[in-house]
Design a protein around this ligand. Structure first.
Ligand code: PGA
Length: 252
């Protein structure tokens, strides 16, 4: 089955309102009419509405970098699925390694967020990935299996149409050290096998698995050419119009 490549930019805690809008306008100009690849950007929460308005009418969709699983109430500092939809988001990124390792989000919390996001009608990018010491201890697949399996607990097969997995080895994020195409492909194939076991072969073949971790204009094409790599989740290189554009064009 031919899966449509999906390239997303995770801006993390970067940009100002002015530089974020300028970045979005730049991307709108260079890649805003590309429909052969699915495109999304994940700006900081406070800029979501402005960026969604800037990108309206283009092919680039907008997502939030996290959300909370409750609907409303006394959860100081948090935002809900409904709130991010209200400001123009179609996507939410969940399970990113920085949420797991800097902010201590557990598998259980991530699972509750995934269930809530899907129930609210958001599309989810679910990130997973092993630490360097876990890879060195031969625990790569154990860790990725545990993270994916627990995050998807209770997610019905039909809802998987709204889930993209992002495999992001933690040792490759922001380090300039990319997984080799073969290293990434090996894990992607294992994750797809896991999905076939959790659901069925058809669902596994239809689900997109992005690679993330130091993707750059110079290595994107060879990563995206691998059988089970269906695009990328881009951090640092998504902050420059020129670099993100080149990565998206590498997918064409
Ligand atoms: P990076 O980040 O491209 O800067 O390595 C990827 C990510 O964390 O999604």
């Amino acid at each position: 089955m031919a899966r449509k490549i999906f390239v997303a930019g995770n801006w993390k805690m970067n940009t100002t309102i002015a530089s974020g809008v300028a970045l979005a306008n730049g991307l709108k100009e260079t890649i805003g009419s590309i429909s052969e690849v699915d495109l999304a950007v994940f700006p900081p929460h406070v800029y979501l509405k402005s960026i969604a308005e800037t990108l309206a009418g283009s092919q680039i969709t907008v997502g939030a970098q996290t959300m909370y699983f409750e609907e409303k109430g006394a959860f100081t500092g948090e935002i809900s699925a409904e709130m991010i939809q209200d400001v123009g988001c179609q996507y939410v990124l969940l399970g990113h390694s920085e949420r797991r390792h800097v902010f201590g989000e557990t598998d259980d919390v991530i699972n509750r967020k995934v269930l809530k996001a899907l129930a609210a009608g958001l599309k989810v990018i679910l990130a997973c990935g092993e630490l360097l010491e876990e890879r060195e201890a031969d625990k790569t697949m154990d860790v990725n299996e545990r993270q994916v399996k627990s995050a998807l607990e209770g997610v019905e097969e039909a809802a998987m149409a709204n889930v993209t997995i992002a495999y992001e080895p933690v040792w490759a994020i922001g380090t300039g050290k990319t997984a080799s195409p073969d290293q990434a492909q090996e894990v992607h194939a294992e994750i797809r096998k896991l999905l076939a076991g959790l659901y069925d072969e058809e669902t596994a073949q239809a689900t997109r698995i992005q690679y993330g971790g130091s993707v750059k204009p110079g290595n994107a094409a060879e990563l995206f050419a691998m059988d089970d790599i269906d695009g990328g989740l881009i951090g640092g290189a998504s902050l420059k119009v020129e670099d993100f554009t080149a990565i998206v064009k590498a997918a064409l």
